[in-house]
Design a protein around this ligand. Structure first.
Ligand SMILES: Cc1cc2nc3c(=O)[nH]c(=O)nc-3n(C[C@H](O)[C@H](O)[C@H](O)COP(=O)(O)OP(=O)(O)OC[C@H]3O[C@@H](n4cnc5c(N)ncnc54)[C@H](O)[C@@H]3O)c2cc1C
Length: 205
């Protein structure tokens, strides 16, 4: 999955669902979930109105804890700060070969092609939790955190030693963002936890 264009994949699913009759409603916040009696599903209250749903899927990402809490479910999730760098484009003659998605689990890095250059991500050993208690609703999906290169220096040094060709490429951007996903498989027991709840069936009151 790490090689995917997440935005494109999400829209491919949305388009496929629409072609099967689903309606996609954007810019609408779910504010309350109330389980209806006798397994009749859920009342879903949004800022644009209320509907009922047979099933509710919590795909709230950074806000999954808050959405789970609406259904009385505590999700033990902890967003973590996660870094990657994007290099300047590599030389024209090298562009024929796309850098394949590569993971160095020992060194704690991964890379792939991005904007004609290389995206170099790290699996932070010095993990930094972000907003441990709750994700603010006003936090923007595309907001970023200040880069903290000192924290990821060991992983970067190992990556540059493992891939000397990186030395020839300047850095065009440094990204640090909050991720609520197993983005750091090399980081031992400090990885974010993701769980799936297939169904909630509570006895009707
Ligand atoms: C710097 C960085 C680099 C990353 N690199 C990669 C990578 O290379 N590859 C990769 O696969 N992953 C990467 N990730 C992780 C990836 O971004 C996440 O795994 C992914 O975005 C999770 O998708 P999601 O749909 O589960 O959640 P999100 O992308 O967080 O989406 C959740 C959605 O739910 C909506 N939502 C939340 N609450 C409500 C509500 N109450 N009502 C209505 N809507 C709501 C939000 O508005 C949002 O649109 C990276 C993350 C970061 C921070």
């Amino acid at each position: 999955m790490l090689q995917q264009d997440c935005h494109g994949v999400t829209w491919a699913y949305a388009k496929a669902a629409q072609s099967l009759g689903a309606t996609v409603v954007q810019h609408t916040k779910v504010e309350r979930l109330t389980q209806l009696p006798d397994g009749a599903g859920w009342e879903v209250v949004t800022n644009h109105g209320t509907c009922t749903a047979e099933h509710v899927v919590n795909a709230g990402g950074l806000w999954a804890r808050e959405v789970g809490a609406m259904a009385g479910v505590h999700l033990p999730l902890l967003p973590m700060a996660h870094h990657y760098l994007i290099t300047e484009p590599y030389a024209e003659e090298a562009k024929r070969e796309e850098v394949q998605f590569t993971v160095d689990l020992d060194g704690g890095s991964y890379m792939r092609s991005e904007r004609g250059g290389v995206l170099l991500g790290v699996y932070e050993q010095d993990c930094q939790p972000w907003s441990a208690d709750a994700t603010p609703w006003e936090y923007g999906e595309n907001e970023l955190l200040p880069p903290d290169l000192d924290r990821i220096e060991p992983e970067l040094l190992r990556a540059y030693a493992r891939y000397p060709a990186l030395d020839d490429l300047g850095i065009s951007s440094i990204i640090n963002g909050a991720a609520c996903a197993p983005a750091a498989p090399a980081a031992g027991d400090r990885v974010p936890i993701c769980i799936a709840l297939c169904a909630i069936r509570r006895p009707a009151d």
